[in-house]
Design a binder for this molecule. Structure first.
Ligand code: ZN
Length: 73
């Protein structure tokens, strides 16, 4: 399996013009991505959390899974 698990962040604030989704970290599995996202969302605007460069609100974190193209030998 060549799956790639990541945590991304985006701005969830209504009306905000910032639409980028940023890769934050790569993890070993979906559970890690999920718990890291929960952890970072729980941080809110405290130290360590990324904030939106447009509206200044804490970014919303979410887990992503990229399934790589299967390779056949
Ligand atoms: Zn924003």
């Amino acid at each position: 399996m060549n799956s790639c698990y990541k945590v991304r962040a985006c701005c969830n604030t209504a009306g905000c013009a910032y639409t980028d989704h940023i890769d934050i970290i790569q993890t070993i599995n979906h559970e890690s991505s999920f718990s890291f996202s929960m952890f970072m969302n729980a941080l809110g605007d405290r130290e360590g959390a990324e904030t939106c460069p447009v509206c200044g609100q804490p970014l919303h974190y979410y887990p992503v899974t990229n399934i790589a193209e299967p390779t056949y030998h």
